[in-house]
Design a protein around this ligand. Structure first.
Ligand code: ADP
Ligand code: MG
Length: 210
């Protein structure tokens, strides 16, 4: 995928995230402070403004632009967390005009590692990591299986969904949700839901446009 395609893919992601504000608010209202939908919508409205009509040469620049925008406009925990997802992976990564499935895998694996280091959460803590880790590892696994980008992103989206569903079975160890204790069982995590929405929108775009 070249930089323009990657930009267009994330413009679709941005539309989906902005359109999911109410859905995410409803989820975060149950076991958080209800601000996750608003935060993500603000972040992705910023991303849309930043990416629209802008020419990029390297795919890395698209990631950088998205991450910086989220860090700047979102604020709060999730601004830093989601900003990290888009920026950490490309720090030190060779500039490329096209990304293969393997490149996307390399970048997301690096981001995941940075996020886990920064946020200290691991799978089972009822955070976005529960969706991001399986979705991320689905990418190198897809390369191993010989999948193309469409198949690889579809598999990553499936894995993100599985991780999001898994958060229903967990108690939270981070954020405001931890004060809910056992009452959080049966409810899904808002950040993990966002990760699923992002990967699902990526898969939709490549399915319909590549
Ligand atoms: P805030 O916690 O500031 O209200 P949001 O409501 O936007 O921020 O985001 C909350 C989401 O952030 C949670 O649903 C969870 O997925 C994610 N999260 C919280 N703490 C961590 C952490 N330490 N590591 C990874 N993700 C986290
Ligand atoms: Mg919140």
């Amino acid at each position: 995928m070249n930089a323009v395609q990657t930009r267009d893919m994330f413009l679709h992601v941005a539309d989906v995230m902005v359109g999911s504000e109410e859905f995410l608010t409803e989820i975060d209202n149950k076991i958080g402070d209800g601000d996750h939908g608003i935060g993500m919508a603000i972040g992705f409205k910023g991303v849309r403004k930043e990416l629209e009509g802008k020419e990029f040469r390297y795919v890395n620049e698209v990631f950088h632009s998205i991450g910086m925008t989220m860090l700047c406009v979102m604020g709060g925990a999730s601004g830093v967390l989601f900003g990290t997802v888009f920026i950490s992976g490309i720090v030190g990564y060779e500039d490329k005009e096209e990304f293969s499935l393997e490149d996307f895998g390399n970048v997301f694996v690096k981001s995941l590692e940075a996020l886990k280091k920064r946020g200290k959460a691991k799978v089972g803590d009822k955070t976005m990591i529960d969706a991001l880790e399986p979705a991320t590892y689905a990418l190198p696994e897809s390369v191993k299986r010989g999948y193309n980008i469409k198949e690889g992103f579809a598999y990553a989206a499936e894995e993100a969904k599985r991780g999001m569903e898994f958060t229903k079975t967990c108690r939270a160890r981070f954020g405001r949700a931890k004060y809910y204790g056992d009452k959080a069982i049966g409810l899904q995590d808002a950040g993990a839901t966002s990760v699923w929405l992002i990967f699902n929108a990526m898969a939709e775009w490549v399915r319909d446009n590549l």
